[in-house]
Design a protein around this ligand. Sequence first.
Ligand SMILES: [Zn+2]
Length: 487
Amino acid sequence: MGVCPLPKEGIYDKKKSEDLSEWYTQVIEAAGIVDRRYPIKGTHVWLPYGWKIVKLLDSIIRREIEATGHEEVQFPTLVPESYFKKEAEHIRGFEGQVFWITRAGYSELEERYLLRPTSESAMYPLFSLWIRTHKDLPLRIYQIVNVFRYETKQTRAFLRMREFHFFEAHTAHATYEESEEQIKSHLKVVERVIKDSLRLYYIASIRPEWDKFAGAYYSIGIDAIMPDGRTLQIATVHQYKDNFSRAYNITYKDEKGEEHYVHQTTFGMSERLVGAIVLAHGDDYGLILPPAVAPIQAVIVPITFKDVEESVLTEARKIYETLKNAGIRTHLDDRMDETPGSKFYYWELRGVPVRVEIGPKDIEKDQVVLVLRTTREKRCVPRSDLVNAVKTALREINDYLLKRHEEEFKKLMYDVDSIEDAKKILEEKGRAVIITGWCGSEECADELMRVLDLKILGRDLYGRKKHKKCPICGRESLGDVYLAKTY
Ligand SMILES: [Zn+2]
């Protein structure tokens, strides 16, 4: 295991509980995830430990999306301007964020290229060549690539980047009904990846008209609450209907030979998930990684003293083999120039879920000591029960992370029927997610957002309707909406 070259002490001195923003900035570098010193704004260098987390995350995404019939592709990074110019809404949405390539070598290009901000405009001209008849449908592909967006707001590691790691699935279907089924399937993948593997609790809502993806028929946003009460969009699922297929002329012939436009969906996630893991699960001691994406799930720290070094190391190596053979990602920290104490600190900062300690006394008693990263609880475990005990600890850590995030989440959510109640809560709590009714009119939405100084995330996806009336106009509510400060 390559050890991160960054300084381990000194750089990291903020507590999460005291200054979340500063803690976040420090911990992602101190824990060896990224180096932010690259001289282009909104980009960073993934370090070996951070990149291992990303690769584990990608492998989970691949496993889950391929289980729903998607195949992986790889499109070029560059998109010709003529491809991009086909869908008007899409252009309006992305134009201001596009990086252009206008020169190559010594000459001006005849046609400008853009660096993909997302891949609709690269893929759909090809879809129109690939799809001929109903037999070519459904088409389900995905890719995991870097995309580029010229962010004008302040950039933030993982959360707001100009170049970022991106997953995008694109599908095409014969009918709208089939594309709606695909949306449901995407939402199940969201649940499997974000909740089951990353242990993050989230809300799903239909974005308001003015906030949907450029060119979409409707957009579903997946938001998780961070400890400061702000929400972070960590996944989106879009129904395009035939909006893009009309622009890109993607048609198929049915059994009778009649020509129809396809219906399309997309589903996207990005390195923001890494940011969400850091913010939601970490603590004053550093990261806490969910076992599914922990490059090291158990680290063995031998407690050595003079004269017994060799015997302790021999036992530590046996423990390493046993855990590794049981399929647990294990690392033996046998550095001799570091004290056990500084190793504890080092691996806690990196969020390794379970620490296994073995010293001369443990050898005598035929036991090991396990320490859980979440609660820092210590457990003496008989050697014969080692594998079982580590697996149990990983399971408990997994349960704990989701439960804790859900509890913290729910503590920051408030149902209100009136503006007065909402204001009172915001005054008392500082930050909160407000849930209330909404008649659906844009004027009421503007007024709601203005008086509360919050953003409407959207209407609850599953039809939650606890509030009967719109708190602005008093008309009937179409369903509960979530309002929050967002990242
Ligand atoms: Zn209203």
